[in-house]
Write a protein that binds this ligand. Structure first.
Ligand code: IMP
Ligand code: MG
Length: 183
């Protein structure tokens, strides 16, 4: 798909080809490290991770399964920066499974920290996480990211599943939102 151009279109931060290459590398690394596991159970965090998870899952060369959960986003949270809320839980029991949480971006780290603690209580055989993007400058927790695509500066990014109040999710690249957020 050709990247859209013109005024107001987010400036490219990470191009499609660079994402494709990095996702391929992550897929190879994860496949090697989970080779002994019978199955890797991917847990996608809706909605931002859906494109990343779709591409990452197809870059794996090991057997896997997929489930999703959803958490409150900044936009819908009653108190932004407040406690993370689970909106939709998994459909499957993760006990005894090799769980890999797939997140779009780790900003303060509160969402991932909450999810890792929640899932750890359910007795998985192993529990790791893979995030496409991380903004280390914004971190408020010491959550560990086992597999990371790219570190980025403190900017609001959109595209490849990430949104700005539901806009730009379907852009094929990671862009920087062109206008300043009103909130
Ligand atoms: P955290 O809990 O502060 O780490 O925030 C994580 C969530 O905030 C991510 O899963 C995203 O949904 C959202 N988020 C954080 N930064 C961005 C961004 O730059 N663009 C789009 N969504 C973001
Ligand atoms: Mg997210």
């Amino acid at each position: 798909m050709a990247a859209p151009r013109g005024p107001g279109v987010p400036k490219v931060l990470i191009a499609e080809e660079a994402i494709r290459r990095r996702v391929g590398e992550l897929g190879r690394q994860i496949s090697e490290e989970y080779e002994q596991a019978e199955n890797v159970h991917l847990v996608g965090v809706l909605r931002g991770s859906f494109i990343f998870l779709a591409d990452l899952s197809r870059a794996l060369t090991i057997p896997g399964s997929v489930d999703f959960l959803a958490v409150a986003s900044y936009e819908t949270a009653v108190a932004p920066g407040g406690p993370v809320r689970l909106i939709t839980d998994l459909r499957t029991d993760v006990a005894g499974k090799h769980v890999l949480v797939v997140e779009d971006i780790v900003d303060t780290g509160e969402t991932l920290d909450y999810l890792m603690r929640l899932l750890a209580l359910r007795g998985p055989a192993s529990l790791k996480c893979c995030a496409l993007l991380s903004k280390p400058a914004c971190r408020k927790t010491d959550v560990r990211i086992d597999y990371l695509g790219f570190e980025i500066p403190d900017v609001w990014v959109v595209g490849y599943g990430l949104d700005d109040r539901e806009r730009y999710r379907l852009l094929p690249y990671i862009g920087i939102r062109s206008d300043k957020r009103a909130d």
